[in-house]
Design a protein around this ligand. Structure first.
Ligand SMILES: C[S@@+](CC[C@H](N)C(=O)[O-])C[C@H]1O[C@@H](n2cnc3c(N)ncnc32)[C@H](O)[C@@H]1O
Length: 220
């Protein structure tokens, strides 16, 4: 018995995957293709994709906004969980990585419901607000440059409807947020972000220790 979250060593993590992961073949293939890239660790963990897809289904989400597409894993995981008339807007600045994403979305037959906006995320977010998409998203996922998290979160609070959910990735940042000797820009940005959300009265909050730490913020 315990009244605190359990840590996962390698055998226990393996057990978790072996006894709960239901990764569709195409997602597994995308994960394998991405694994050869030097930046492969930017991709979310498969159990996190499954968890996010479950949240989308629980909410009956139809519109999903994503900041940080990379090779398309999280967008595909959510696309497979949305209804036929679901819509995804995903933002990234890399034409190269998102070309892989688009090929997998096509193969999965979900490309018609995914709108990729290439460019600087802040510009795309400002454009979404300017074109009347405020309060229209059910679910958002922030997973791009860490020093941008504060701005991305403020945009998402306007773009997600009241009662909608904002997910934020890497909020435990490999454990370094709790290391007082780590003063790198990304670590400091995530610490400041976590502190700001802790007492933010505009949201309901939970920081879930899945993947690299996933914050759930429900817009009140
Ligand atoms: C951690 S990866 C996203 C991983 C993805 N969600 C997945 O499931 O595989 C971060 C992505 O954010 C993009 N990115 C970083 N800074 C950005 C910015 N300022 N504007 C737009 N995209 C950015 C990068 O090109 C990269 O593809």
């Amino acid at each position: 018995m315990s009244n605190r979250s359990i840590g996962l060593d390698e055998p226990l993590y393996r057990y978790l995957l072996d006894h709960s992961l239901r990764e569709p073949d195409l997602l597994a293939e995308l994960r394998a293709e991405t694994a050869v890239l030097p930046e492969a660790n930017m991709q979310i963990a498969p159990e996190q994709g499954q968890f996010m897809a479950l949240l989308a289904r629980l909410m009956g989400a139809k519109r999903y906004l994503e900041i940080g597409t990379f090779t398309g894993y999280s967008a595909l995981a959510i696309a497979l969980a949305l209804p036929e008339d679901g819509e995804i807007v995903t933002l990234d600045q890399s034409a190269e990585w998102t070309a892989t994403a688009q090929s997998y979305w096509e193969r999965a037959g979900v490309d018609g419901r995914i709108r990729l906006e290439l460019g600087e995320a802040r510009d795309s977010l400002r454009a979404l607000e300017a074109t009347g998409e405020m309060d229209t998203f059910d679910l958002a996922f922030i997973d791009a440059d860490k020093t941008g998290y504060h701005d991305y979160f403020e945009h998402c609070l306007r773009l997600v409807r009241p009662g909608g959910l904002i997910l934020v990735d890497n909020t435990l940042w490999h454990g370094t947020v709790a290391d007082p000797d780590d003063a790198r820009d990304d670590t400091c940005a995530i610490r400041a972000f976590n502190d700001a959300l802790h007492h933010d009265e505009r949201i309901d909050l939970s920081l879930v220790p899945i993947g690299d730490g996933l914050t759930l913020a429900r817009r009140r």
